[in-house]
Ligand binder design. Structure first.
Ligand SMILES: NC(=O)C1=CN([C@@H]2O[C@H](COP(=O)(O)OP(=O)(O)OC[C@H]3O[C@@H](n4cnc5c(N)ncnc54)[C@H](O)[C@@H]3O)[C@@H](O)[C@H]2O)C=CC1
Ligand SMILES: CC(=O)C(=O)O
Length: 377
């Protein structure tokens, strides 16, 4: 199979879908890899490194898309990339389609077979989302602490306090991978941390992990309202796989926060959990203020620490990419339940139930949709 790796074009997205080590793994298995010139630069991987690994370096993005059987990316294609879609093309990347209706339409209309990293599921975990959730979770506490500083627009508190002065309060809503990593860093900075989750089992696990160093709370509108009102920093870390995130923090709750407080909506890639987050922000312009509260809603947070993120992401994606390349996408998806759950679009249909429901498409199973594709590999 020919695997193409275009350069990422989203704002400040410095990750790349394959490291030179990933290229070596695919070439050793008998495949060909095309890498767009300078695609790895932001992550510290040079053109010479890819060439030495055996990749062919290609100057134009259009050529990479046109010549490849499978495109590996990091972020969802942007509108300027939709023109490259074609029937039979395999796309393996983050998609977050519930929050991207135009992309869903472009993919179904063009006949691309698309596997979304974020819904590949194995043993009730999301192995291709987890590494980036670890990064974004850790970053969210760091970023929140930074924006609480006065020169950054915050109320001017140090999360850990100092002897004789109260610590800052952090509420993390959603106690999965992002939430746990956010809480680890916030607690490490010395903050007073509360984690809210809907799953009693998860709350038990969190207490086992953190002991009494964090407060756990069952998710309910009342508990969320009380915790938000008292917090200096609130981190949104809820996920219902594939689906649009529920709006758990209302405008009234945001109004109850003291001026200069900060919210970090990590779940923005699935639409976000804060009612007052009305647009995605970028690394160039990461915050805006509403009701006196600083809102941060960057959908590619790990793009700011690309060296760490690219290596962590490709450690997870390459074994799955190898299965697709070795067996062909149909056989790989039909033989591996984890990849089958990753399939979001095939044969012009949406094949992930929560995505279909949120976007108003008829849901068609992976088996039925794949039968209809023109997929030859
Ligand atoms: N903005 C960015 O750059 C990044 C965003 N993310 C996003 O962060 C979000 C969280 O991801 P993960 O932590 O990996 O997911 P996860 O599946 O590990 O955790 C989600 C948690 O939310 C909980 N939950 C579900 N409904 C809830 C409710 N009503 N109230 C409270 N908790 C609830 C679940 O029980 C689970 O523990 C996802 O949308 C993911 O795509 C991840 C990486 C980077
Ligand atoms: C998960 C995701 O969308 C990201 O890492 O950018």
């Amino acid at each position: 199979m020919i695997i193409g790796v275009p350069r990422e074009i989203k704002n400040n997205e410095n990750r790349v879908a394959l490291t030179p080590a990933g290229v070596v793994a695919l070439i050793k298995a008998g495949h060909e890899v095309l890498v767009e010139t300078n695609a790895g630069e932001g992550s510290g991987f040079l053109n010479e490194d890819y060439a030495a690994a055996g990749a062919a370096m290609i100057d134009s993005a259009a050529d990479v898309w046109a010549k490849a059987d499978m495109i590996m990316k990091v972020k969802e294609p942007l509108a300027s990339e939709y023109k490259y879609f074609r029937s039979g093309l395999i796309l393996f990347t983050y998609l977050h389609l519930a929050a991207e209706p135009e992309l869903a339409a472009a993919l179904t209309e063009s006949g691309v077979t698309a596997i979304a990293y974020e819904t590949v599921e194995q043993n009730r975990t999301l192995p291709l989302l987890t590494p980036m959730s670890e990064v974004a979770g850790r970053m969210s506490a760091q970023i929140g602490a930074q924006f609480l500083e006065k020169p950054k627009g915050g109320k001017g508190i140090l999360l850990g306090g100092v002897p004789g002065v109260k610590r800052g309060k952090v509420t993390v809503i959603g106690g999965g991978v992002v939430g746990t990593n956010a809480a680890k860093v916030a607690a490490g900075l010395g903050a007073d941390v509360t984690i809210i989750d809907l799953s009693p089992d998860r709350l038990r696990q969190l207490e086992d992990i953190f002991g009494k160093s964090v407060q756990t709370l069952m998710s309910s509108p009342m508990n969320i309202a009380e915790a938000v009102a008292e917090s200096d920093l609130v981190i949104g870390a809820v996920l219902i796989p594939g689906a649009k995130a529920p709006k758990l923090v209302t405008e009234e709750m945001i109004k109850s926060m003291t001026p200069g407080s900060v919210i970090v909506d990590v779940a923005i890639d699935q639409g976000g959990i804060f009612e007052t987050v009305d647009h995605i922000t970028t690394h160039d312009n990461p915050t805006y203020e509403k009701h006196g509260v600083l809102h941060y809603a960057v959908a590619n947070m790990p793009g700011a620490v690309p060296r760490t993120s690219t290596i962590a992401l490709t450690n997870a994606t390459v074994p799955f990419a190898l299965q697709i390349a070795n067996k062909g996408v149909k056989a790989a998806v039909l033989s591996n339940p984890a990849l089958k759950l990753g399939l979001n679009v095939a044969g012009g249909h949406i094949t992930y139930e929560a995505v279909a429901k949120d976007l108003g498409y008829e849901y068609v199973s992976a088996d039925t949709a794949l039968e209809k594709t023109l997929q030859t590999i």
